[in-house]
Design a protein around this ligand. Structure first.
Ligand SMILES: [Zn+2]
Length: 399
């Protein structure tokens, strides 16, 4: 029998639609899937049994927004920002130069190291973006390297207009030769729709070209000020719009409406546009936190993601994001965990396969060195991640 029973769980939080907390639980894994979940006293027999030592269990994190393909470091910029300098989109150029200088071997090793860090922190499904290449060859190289390491790759050639290049000329390049070269390695395309990056017309051009190439869409929008990012994302049926710090009422209404627009859902194959909040980035840039509470109250699906990147959020700790969302955004612990698991899966279009503890889903399970999931916010900053199972296999941590 290739079944494994994880038993003696103090509780299991399912993060499914019913938000079940099963006390004194057990989970049966069959191959790479969850086969059963319920009270340990009712557990079926299994080929092998693992004693969880009265730990709590929850789904592995689904981190739907990161930028892991880079070399170098921007701690000097961070220090200057903490001393009062404003964040502007231009710092990306520093990373672009360092990354260009790194060999395939070194860059692959760096991405693998960061993915391993994320896994050790409980992340079992990971998206990452290109966007530090800003040229045809480099973007294609970053997409190829990323595709060998992470689960989903997003093309973000439209991250910044490289120095010395005309914005329209660069947008045309992104939508033409660059997109064509990168497309075999990626599932999504993204555009940084922000003052100092790409304006509405250019963002529209990128989204149209990516849609025509058959890619899923997402938008970096409304991070540094109000803007057209959210409206564009909804109009194009994007899977997510990320950052969402500066929203007006029409933005929130449009996001909520995207989850009720069945015609659009049928046409695009996307159930609605997820608003992805990036609390670690908000703290590191001293921006007002994205209004996660208000979005949830308005009926918007939200995700929490790390935005791990060298400029504005150099952490892949989803537990830190969850604690911040509870303590600062006023989400309940259950809401924050759902946003960091099922919400991320929705943003990546893999909600049928991962993102909750449900029978038939991939056995992506993290155990906490704590008796309840509330400890994630109750003991902020503590490393509570215990053993992490990915596709039914112990992938990080020790039993
Ligand atoms: Zn980002």
């Amino acid at each position: 029998m290739s079944t494994t029973l994880i038993t003696n769980l103090s509780e299991a939080f399912t993060a499914d639609a019913e938000l079940r907390v099963v006390k004194d639980a057990a989970i049966l894994i069959d191959g790479d899937k969850i086969a059963w979940i319920g009270p340990a006293t009712e557990a079926p027999r299994a080929g092998k049994t693992i004693d969880a030592g009265h730990r709590a269990a929850l789904p592995g994190w689904v981190d739907s927004h990161s930028h892991l393909v880079f070399a170098g470091d921007r701690s000097a910029e961070f220090v200057a920002r903490m001393a009062g300098q404003d964040y502007a989109a231009g710092g990306i150029a520093v990373t672009t130069a360092a990354t260009r200088a790194a060999s395939d071997y070194d860059l692959t090793r760096l991405v693998m190291g960061r993915a391993a860090e994320a896994l050790a922190g409980g992340t079992t499904y990971l998206e990452t973006k290109t966007g530090y290449g800003l040229g045809v060859e480099e973007e294609a190289r970053h997409a190829r390297i990323a595709s060998t390491v992470v689960d989903k790759v997003t093309f973000l050639g439209a991250h910044l207009v490289p120095a010395g290049m005309d914005a329209q000329e660069y947008t045309d390049l992104v939508c033409g030769e660059m997109l064509e070269r990168v497309a075999p390695y990626v599932q999504f395309a993204d555009v940084f729709c922000e003052r100092g990056a790409f304006n509405e017309a250019q963002s529209r051009q990128v989204l149209t070209a990516a849609r025509d190439a058959g890619l899923g869409l997402r938008v970096h929008g409304n991070q540094l000020g109000p803007g057209p990012g959210v409206q564009l994302a909804v109009e194009f049926g994007a899977a997510s719009v990320d950052h969402v710090n500066y929203l007006d009422e029409a933005d929130v209404t449009a996001l909520a409406g995207s989850w009720k627009d069945w015609d659009a859902a049928r046409r695009t194959g996307v159930p609605g546009t997820v608003a992805t909040c990036l609390p670690a980035c908000d703290l590191s840039t001293r921006q007002p936190l994205a209004p996660g509470r208000e979005l949830l109250d308005a009926g918007v699906q939200i995700a929490l993601a790390s935005n791990c990147n060298p400029g504005t959020s150099y952490t892949s700790s989803m537990a830190f994001c969850v604690a911040t969302a509870v303590l600062q955004m006023h989400l309940s612990i259950e809401e924050a965990i759902v946003a960091a698991t099922y919400g991320g899966a929705l943003a990546l279009g893999v909600q049928e396969a991962v993102g909750s503890l449900e029978v038939g889903k991939r056995a992506d399970i993290q155990l906490l060195n704590a008796p309840s999931v509330a400890h994630l916010a109750y003991r902020p900053g503590m490393n509570l991640t215990g053993p992490v199972f990915r596709a039914g296999v112990l992938a990080a941590g020790r039993l």
